[in-house]
Design a protein around this ligand. Structure first.
Ligand code: SF4
Length: 219
């Protein structure tokens, strides 16, 4: 393992320790079933939406439409009604309806386990595709959202400008066993400790290992 890799793994292990006593709220925990269809639907609803709203909206929709067949049968207005007040609920309702139709037409109602096929589905970007691959299918993939991008840069693990570059840089840096849990780890850390504006540095376990506190480039 290179020094960079060892440093990254050391920092992430400390992040894990910092989160031991906190309450999980991320998608990985909201959707415990690891069912690819449920994850896909919840992830689409979650974009620009708070976790608590996502959880309730997903539960309402998936209770009425637990499969692609049932979702395709729902009217767009009904989907919008069920997922309200998720952000952009009308756009998402349209995407979810089309998503269900495409899953039926192309994959007999199943979610494909290839990234390219996932990315071709309505409403699915790289972040969603990687989340479904990792949590739904156990295929190693790094789901980079704003928290992962921000914290990986703040910790000095990567120096990137866009989430796609961050994904690539982290793939090179981290052993594969960190890829799937990384999103959950850094999202929770970003929400509860290393917040964007006022990070709680005084109670953070990273301490001198964080470049932001200005000490730890020494080996
Ligand atoms: S020391 Fe502060 S900036 Fe660094 S990881 Fe911890 S909370 Fe974030």
């Amino acid at each position: 393992m290179s020094w960079d890799q060892a440093r990254a793994v050391g920092a992430l292990t400390k992040v894990q320790q910092a989160l031991r006593r906190t309450n999980p709220t991320t998608l990985a925990h909201l959707e415990r079933t690891r069912d690819p269809f449920r994850l896909l639907v919840a992830c689409i609803i979650s974009l620009r939406t708070k976790d608590a709203v996502t959880a309730q909206a997903s539960q309402r929709l998936l209770a009425e439409a637990p499969t692609a067949q049932e979702l395709a049968r729902l009217a767009e207005d009904r989907i919008a009604q069920l997922i309200y007040p998720a952000g952009f609920y009308r756009t998402k309702a349209r995407q979810l309806k089309r998503l269900a139709q495409e899953l039926l037409e192309q994959y007999q109602g199943h979610v494909p386990r290839e990234r390219a096929a996932l990315l071709a589905l309505p409403g699915v970007g790289r972040k969603t595709a990687n989340l479904v691959l990792g949590l739904g299918f156990g295929v190693p993939a790094i789901c980079v959202d704003t928290h992962v991008h921000r914290i990986a840069n703040r910790l000095g693990l990567v120096r990137t400008r866009h989430p796609a570059e961050t994904e690539q840089a982290l793939e090179h840096l981290l052993p594969q066993k960190w890829w799937i849990p990384l999103n959950d780890l850094l999202v929770r850390f970003g929400q509860q400790v290393c917040t964007p504006r006022w990070p709680r540095c005084s109670s953070c376990t990273l301490g001198q290992e964080c470049p932001r506190v200005g000490v730890s480039k020494a080996r």
